[in-house]
Ligand binder design. Structure first.
Ligand code: FMN
Length: 161
């Protein structure tokens, strides 16, 4: 039997980019969560997925709204990545967050590299996570840069090795 710690340590060797998933809360306000389970699924139609833990606020907001945004972070946004990895009650003041509104009211983070506005077209529950499949309805691309990365449970900058 594979233990949770062993599994986490093993899959952590797969280096990823980092996204922030944006949704709206019950009051229609923007809500954000850091996620690296994002991947593209197919080109026609343009579909992506993200795996969301059932214990997160984002899970409930996504289930209700049926829409989400994927914001691909640049290296300079490490602070934002760390901020949105905390539960809202633990997010201290002092981090500047600026949102704009995409089509259908999906919020997006200003200054990320790419924003994908999606509507949920399918879900699959597995264990303590649900896989949300989203069809991409809107794309905004900003100035490219160095991507924020995550590797072995830490932020990772390949050019600083
Ligand atoms: C690099 C990184 C990637 C993460 N990826 C995911 C993810 O793909 N899915 C998920 O449910 N949580 C992920 N998390 C944890 C959430 O960001 C964290 O639970 C957050 O507090 C959820 O916020 P919420 O409860 O306000 O939605 C990740 C955390 C980090 C640091």
């Amino acid at each position: 039997m594979v233990s949770k710690d062993e599994f986490r340590a093993a899959v952590g060797h797969f280096a990823t980019g980092v996204t922030v998933i944006t949704t709206v809360d019950d009051n229609g306000q923007p809500h954000s969560m850091t996620a690296n389970s994002f991947t593209s699924v197919c080109l026609e139609p343009p579909v992506v997925l993200v795996c969301v833990a059932h214990g997160t606020n984002t899970f409930g907001f996504l289930e209700k709204s049926g829409r989400f945004g994927v914001n691909i972070l640049r290296q300079e946004q490490e602070e934002l990545g760390a901020y949105f990895a905390k539960r809202p009650e633990d997010r201290e003041d002092g981090v500047e967050v600026s949102y704009s509104s995409g089509k259908d009211g999906v919020p997006y983070l200003d200054n990320s590299m790419v924003f994908l506005g999606c509507h949920v077209i399918g879900t699959h529950v597995y264990g303590d996570h649900t896989i949300f499949l989203g069809e991409v309805e809107e794309i905004q691309q900003y100035e490219a840069g160095q991507p924020l990365m995550f590797y072995r449970s830490r932020w990772y900058n390949p050019s600083s090795d």
